[in-house]
Design a protein around this ligand. Structure first.
Ligand code: MLT
Length: 411
């Protein structure tokens, strides 16, 4: 009989969001009249920007004619899209990033998981806690950890707690780590990292020969002009960082799928024989072998984000969700809850009243108010006693959710 990858057996439950969906479905079956409002998974609700729609329609028409049909594209993405990203998202902010350092993919979830393919099994890995669960689960699947303890912490990973006491800004580790995952604006706490904080991380990585995996999927939500949008705004980051970017939350692409990984040519790591190897070369090798590229139509849609109309429309979308975040944040504060995030991020991070455990509170909120949240403990042990609300929803649903919480949750 064939053998499985036993590392999968170390994973405690199902992946967080399908587990929430399972519980919500069970609730909906027994309460068919409940008007459920989903503020759990951060999934966009607003339609695609018109500039994107028009570009995709035009691309479909091209695909329908022999003379403008496209078959396989370059696995790493069309140069015209990579050039737009380099210019608008990086060079315009003073980052020295070239188009050939940008590799187009179908999502940051996949990229942050797949990147482990090109790193060895013996790296010391640090994650913040709470954390986007993909970083942890993919390390478990790759065999980089031992089993989990009762709190769900995996042996072998270094956890950097982000708590109310440290303003959800984890301490830089005392020991040396090979790889650290940072996500800013943060999922799930909605906090941001200042230029000073990111500078300390880059200095740490340079001194320790570490690599920072920087997930910037929510950078468009930064409202404070002093907060960097990219790790590459920090001098010296080109030698120590990989950045993950996504069109999902800025342009409503969760169902369309387009993202990119930014790997400077100056980033290197050691082979077993002690040779310095280019990370970008390895990632290209992996990507061109295992991935056939994002569709031409999708990439034309992503390109349209950088037109003047596209820019105005995506800024409108981001402003819409940030207003939702404000409504949630202020509504919950008025009720008397302890509320964080939601200013430079589409997530609001909330302490459960009376220190109720996260999953218990999830069930309570679902049954009493018919609102779906994400239990903080699903993001790690330090998230216990918190819950996350997503601002990705219609205005009507967000206002209704706040009304219901006011009625049902006065603390
Ligand atoms: C979330 O809710 O944390 C996000 O939607 C997850 C994701 O983007 O994969």
């Amino acid at each position: 009989m064939a053998h499985i990858n036993d590392n999968f057996l170390k994973l405690k439950a199902g992946y967080l969001f399908p587990e929430i969906a399972r519980r919500v479905q069970a609730f909906a079956q027994t309460n068919p009249d409940a008007q459920i409002i989903r503020l759990g998974i951060g999934d966009v609700t607003e339609p695609l920007p018109q500039a994107v729609v028009q570009a995709m329609h035009a691309a479909v028409d091209e695909m329908g004619k022999r003379e403008s049909f496209h078959g396989y594209g370059p696995e790493q993405g069309y140069l015209w899209l990579r050039e737009k990203i380099a210019e608008h998202d990086f060079q315009a902010r003073g980052c020295e990033i070239e188009a050939d350092e940008i590799i187009i993919s179908d999502g940051s979830k996949c990229d942050t998981g797949n990147i482990l393919d090109i790193f060895g099994p013996d790296n010391t890995i640090a994650v913040t806690d709470p954390v986007y669960p993909v970083y942890v689960d993919t390390n478990v699947m790759a065999g980089h950890t031992g089993p989990a303890n009762d709190d769900g912490e995996f042996e072998g990973l270094i956890y950097l707690p982000a708590t109310a006491e440290n303003d959800f800004t984890p301490e830089i580790p005392k020991q040396r780590v090979d790889i650290v995952y940072l996500c800013y604006p943060n999922n799930p706490t909605g906090t941001v990292a200042s230029r000073e904080t990111l500078t300390r991380w880059v200095e740490y990585a340079r001194v320790n020969n570490s690599i920072i995996f920087f997930d910037a999927a929510y950078e468009a939500y930064i409202t404070n002009p002093d907060i960097p949008h990219s790790i590459f705004e920090i001098p010296g980051a080109r030698e120590v960082a990989i950045e993950f970017r996504s069109f999902s939350k800025i342009a409503g692409f969760t169902g369309v799928r387009c993202a990119c990984v930014v790997i400077p040519k100056t980033l290197r790591a050691k082979s077993n024989s002690g040779e310095d190897i280019s990370i970008s070369r390895l990632w290209m090798r992996r990507h061109t072998t295992k991935f056939n590229g994002v569709s031409y139509i999708t990439q034309r849609g992503a390109e349209a984000v950088y037109t003047p109309d596209g820019q105005a429309q995506v800024h409108g979308l981001v402003a819409f969700y940030l207003e939702n975040a404000r409504i949630i944040r202020e509504g919950l504060t008025e009720i008397g809850l302890e509320v964080y995030g939601g200013v430079n991020a589409p997530y609001v991070w909330v302490k459960t009243p009376g220190n109720v455990r996260s999953w218990d509170f999830f069930d309570q909120m679902l049954s009493q108010t018919h609102i779906v949240s994400t239990p903080g403990s699903g993001f790690g042990a330090a998230g216990e006693g918190y819950f996350r609300l997503s601002a990705f929803n219609t205005r009507e649903n967000v206002e209704e959710a706040v009304r219901r919480l006011r009625k049902g949750l006065r603390v």
